[in-house]
Design a protein around this ligand. Structure first.
Ligand code: DQA
Length: 148
């Protein structure tokens, strides 16, 4: 069975207690469990990883080359700052869907720019945890279309 990497960046390990008025009450393990179920329903295995460190996220993207068909990525604040993550996505050439719980375009100006967006197949922003499931649906459809 093909595998998808669900990769979450800095501070997303604190979901559930972190600014719940913005990010909701669900914890990351709860979201990961729902994503694993959704992925299974779509015919994919899921590897879920989270790191607060930019280099570890780059390593996780590189590792995905060996066993993953695509990536769902919430890079957190690194979305807005990290050329290294953008380069990693471009380097591995795995289809990647960018996810944000909040609508980054309706928030502070510094969140409007994403370095990930130009190398992602698409961006889902503003639908809370549902966004991860939508991203899996979109990624699976893309992979199936790409592989025939
Ligand atoms: C976020 C949005 C980012 O601007 C922020 O730094 C995060 C979470 C989101 O999921 O809405 O950490 O990626």
């Amino acid at each position: 069975m093909s595998r998808i990497l669900l990769l979450n960046g800095p501070n997303l390990n604190l979901l559930g207690t972190r600014q719940p008025e913005i990010y909701g009450a669900d914890t990351l393990p709860q979201i990961e469990a729902r994503c694993a179920e959704r992925a299974a329903g779509l015919g994919f295995d899921l590897t879920a990883r989270q790191s607060n460190h930019e280099g570890a996220l780059v390593d996780a993207i590189h590792d995905a080359r060996s066993d993953c068909a695509g990536i769902v990525l919430n890079a957190g604040a690194y979305t807005h700052t990290s050329i290294a993550l953008r380069d990693a996505i471009a380097s591995v050439a795995l289809p990647t869907v960018e996810v944000h719980l909040s609508n980054i375009h309706a928030r502070e100006r510094f969140r409007h720019r994403s370095h990930i967006a130009p190398v992602a197949i698409g961006q889902i922003s503003g639908f809370g945890p549902l966004g991860y499931l939508l991203a899996l649906d979109a990624l699976a459809a893309h992979i199936e279309g790409a592989t025939g």
